[in-house]
Design a protein around this ligand. Structure first.
Ligand SMILES: NC(=O)c1ccc[n+]([C@@H]2O[C@H](COP(=O)([O-])OP(=O)(O)OC[C@H]3O[C@@H](n4cnc5c(N)ncnc54)[C@H](O)[C@@H]3O)[C@@H](O)[C@H]2O)c1
Length: 254
């Protein structure tokens, strides 16, 4: 018996990082996965990993989740894959960093599109499918940057967009409640994914700077974020909506 047996979960950003781990953990818990990403080969790799472990996943790629028409089509395709949708896991994001006042207007708009437009568009176009199902759950991955400022690297658009995600989650919870839709946010601290591990290489000073604000003085492993998401997606979390959960090693506690 899995905690997500019988549920269909649309997870965005399943080509790598936390999205890949989410596909694996949600499938382990019995959910059928629809995984969307802009990257084709890596997304298929994830589907292969899920299937080899005995799970079910349909990959939909490439899809640019900042493109409203593409997301509209994705929502239809995702709902058709297994006959409906129960969980929307807004994990995919793209962000740019840079200091004030040089951070360009283009980088600002790209980050807002990559972090705030994506969960809005995916929630908007999948919403009618959740309503049709009699309810569901929207999980938005925000960031500790939505709660506190960050020095490393400078992150003006990242902080603004993620505060937006947390605010939007509260509103989705309010408007979703009459339809049985719960909406929750998770705000991770620094997470070591294969991509960030590769980028940081042996630069221990950079690693220490990124984790300095955590009380635990380390990165999270992707599963330390995703296990909470799996709980929030399940019926065991049936009284939880409108809330944001920091999973940040204590970074926002002081
Ligand atoms: N890694 C961290 O330290 C950290 C910390 C706090 C919050 N987060 C958030 O957690 C989530 C996952 O982070 P991650 O580190 O696993 O990210 P990642 O960059 O490893 O993966 C993101 C995935 O989203 C996909 N994606 C990006 N833009 C897309 C688009 N326009 N259309 C379709 N797919 C697109 C990418 O191809 C990639 O597979 C993100 O929302 C991120 O902001 C990450």
């Amino acid at each position: 018996m899995g905690t997500l047996d019988g549920k269909v979960a649309l997870i965005t950003g399943t080509a790598g990082g936390m999205g890949r781990v989410a596909a694996q953990i949600f499938a382990r818990e019995g959910a059928r996965i629809v995984g969307a990403d802009i990257q084709v080969a890596a997304n298929e790799e994830t589907a292969g990993l899920v299937r080899r472990a005995g799970g079910e996943m349909t990959g939909i790629a490439p899809v640019d989740l900042t493109d409203a028409d593409a997301v509209r089509r994705l929502a239809e395709e995702a709902a058709a894959a297994y006959g409906g949708l129960d969980v929307i896991y807004n994990n995919a994001a793209m962000q740019r960093f840079g200091p004030m006042p040089d951070f360009s207007v283009e980088d600002w708009h790209a980050t807002v599109a990559g972090e705030l437009d994506i969960p809005f568009l995916v929630s908007k176009f999948t919403w009618p499918h959740l309503v049709r199902r009699g309810g569901g759950v929207i999980i938005n991955v925000a960031s500790e940057a939505g709660l506190i400022a960050g020095a490393t690297p400078p992150m003006v658009a990242h902080t603004a967009a993620n505060a937006g995600v947390i605010g939007m989650t509260r509103q989705l919870a309010l408007e979703g409640a009459p339809h049985g839709i719960r909406a929750v946010a998770i705000s991770p601290g620094p997470v070591l994914t294969p991509a960030s591990d590769r980028d940081l290489g042996d630069n221990q000073a950079a690693r220490d700077a990124i984790t300095a604000k955590t009380l635990l003085k380390r990165f999270a492993r992707p599963e330390e974020i995703v296990e909470l998401a799996a709980f929030l997606a399940s019926d065991r979390a049936s009284y939880i909506t409108g809330a944001d959960y920091p999973v940040d090693g204590g970074a926002s506690a002081w």
